[in-house]
Design a protein around this ligand. Structure first.
Ligand SMILES: Cc1cc2nc3c(=O)[nH]c(=O)nc-3n(C[C@H](O)[C@H](O)[C@H](O)COP(=O)(O)OP(=O)(O)OC[C@H]3O[C@@H](n4cnc5c(N)ncnc54)[C@H](O)[C@@H]3O)c2cc1C
Length: 426
């Protein structure tokens, strides 16, 4: 497709920024991405993500058909379940995610995706358009253009600047002063172990039906999930140029524990602790849990232990559209307790892509197009922020009588198929 005259620069080559770049390239709009990482492989972007029907649709809209096919074929096994259990592995509620409710749609489905594979796919074909080692520091607006300044002293200019630079967005710090996310006080201590036959034998069988949320009597919760590439996926990985034998993109189990920071008893700043020290903290927190879960903690790879501070955005009043706009965590960062942050970033990317393409085709003025995107994004984006915060608060709240009642309610729901069906997400 011949290039349309609008030019767009994207700050940040994460999930949202790269999806937008793919979409704009597909639509023939001139685009460039500026990413602070030195190379595509500077940071291991581990862990799986759950891509829901809305995220799948957004990727389908933005990716060219051959990359969509690779995305579709290289996903993980997805059994469609989600189970809540006590720390003694007694089942509270098993929810089946039912693809029949989305009409077994070939695109709009739930998927389990490797972040590493997704990144390879999103970068594919953008080799000339993504500029690495470009740390954005500030921008200035001139008549009809935006100029970005980078830490190496270089600059770039375009008609539109899109902030896709994540939760610590430098663009947001300059553009929307009141939109800084706040620290929730909750931390997630997470780790990973390789899915060997030995590890498989140790897993609670329900884990093979989908992720587990463990609800112990103390104010904390743990998340366990298996990432396993679906049969046949390796063939398509080779089409992506990835030999799985020699890549970091292997099958694994993730185990994360979330709680208020003070309840971990870190001793010193958790961000300065080494893997073995972090594992000791984890070990102490699960010392009374089911032996299978304790054993899994022992197997976690020390080098992959990571503490994550959980932050959340606050609702932002509407602003007047300009040539600078934002997407994803840069504007609506949310707790990971509903597992939807990346899906909303993808939805932003697809919607902004459609609006910028309309402007590039002369169907509407540029600022009208950006304003329409921002009005819709504020609505669904901050609704997702609120529901993700609520899910975190429920999972990490002090346990009182309400917790006992909630556990009983889950068990009742679990025993009555009609009630259980009502708990299923669409
Ligand atoms: C433990 C955990 C589990 C999660 N699980 C899920 C899940 O299952 N499903 C889901 O939907 N979401 C999940 N999320 C949320 C998801 O990871 C984020 O919402 C998503 O990555 C946001 O995408 P983004 O493109 O906005 O930002 P990011 O993916 O953070 O990308 C931002 C990019 O900008 C770059 N950058 C930053 N600053 C600069 C700068 N100054 N100059 C240039 N480049 C810069 C960064 O290097 C990065 O590449 C999870 C989050 C966590 C913490």
């Amino acid at each position: 497709m011949s290039e349309r005259t609008l030019s767009v620069m994207i700050i940040g080559g994460g999930i949202g920024g790269l999806c937008l770049a793919q979409g704009l390239k597909k639509a023939g709009v001139k685009v460039a991405v500026y990413e602070r990482d030195e190379t595509p492989a500077s940071r291991l972007q581990g862990f799986r993500i759950h891509v829901n029907p809305s995220g799948s649709l957004a990727l389908h809209d933005c990716l060219p058909p051959e990359l969509w096919m690779l995305f579709d074929k290289t996903g993980g096994t997805f059994t469609g379940g989600f189970t809540m259990m006590t720390e003694q592995l007694s089942e509270l509620l098993h929810i089946a995610i039912d693809d029949e409710r989305t009409g077994n749609h070939p695109v709009a489905r739930h998927r389990s995706v490797s972040r590493i594979t997704l990144r390879h796919i999103l970068l594919r074909g953008l080799e000339e358009l993504v500029h690495f080692n470009k740390r954005f520091v500030r921008y200035e607006e001139t008549a009809g253009q935006v100029i970005a300044h980078f830490a190496d002293g270089s600059t770039a200019e375009a008609d539109v600047l899109v902030a896709a630079d994540g939760v610590n967005s430098r663009v947001r710090q300059q553009y929307l002063l009141d939109a800084e996310p706040i620290d929730t006080g909750v931390m997630i201590l997470g780790g990973k172990l390789r899915l060997t036959d030995g590890a498989l034998a140790l897993l609670p069988p329900r884990l093979l039906d989908g992720p587990l949320m463990i609800m112990p009597p103390e104010p904390a919760s743990a998340f366990l999930a298996v990432w396993k590439r679906a049969p046949g996926g390796d063939r398509y990985m080779r089409l992506l140029g990835i030999d799985r034998e020699n890549s970091e993109d292997e099958d694994y189990v993730i185990f994360g524990l979330g709680a208020k920071r003070e309840s971990f008893g870190f001793g010193s700043d958790p961000l300065t602790l080494q893997g073995p020290e972090l594992k000791d903290v984890f070990r102490r927190k699960v010392s009374r849990w089911h032996p299978m879960l304790r054993k899994l903690v022992e197997l976690l790879d020390d080098n992959e232990m990571e503490p994550t501070r959980i932050r959340t955005s606050r609702p932002v009043d509407a602003w007047t559209a300009t040539r600078v706009t934002l997407l994803g965590d840069a504007i609506h960062s949310m707790t990971p307790y509903r597992g939807i942050g990346a899906n909303i970033a993808l939805k932003d990317a697809a919607m902004l892509c459609a609006k910028l393409t309309e402007a590039a085709c002369g169907e509407k003025p540029l600022l009208t197009a950006i304003g329409e995107y921002e009005a819709a994004m504020r609505e669904y984006g901050f609704a997702a922020v609120a529901s993700s915060l609520q899910a975190m608060e429920q999972s990490t709240a002090r346990r009182g009588r309400g917790f006992v009642v909630a556990k009983t309610a889950m068990r009742v729901m679990n025993a009555v198929p009609a009630l259980r069906r009502r708990a299923m997400p669409a």
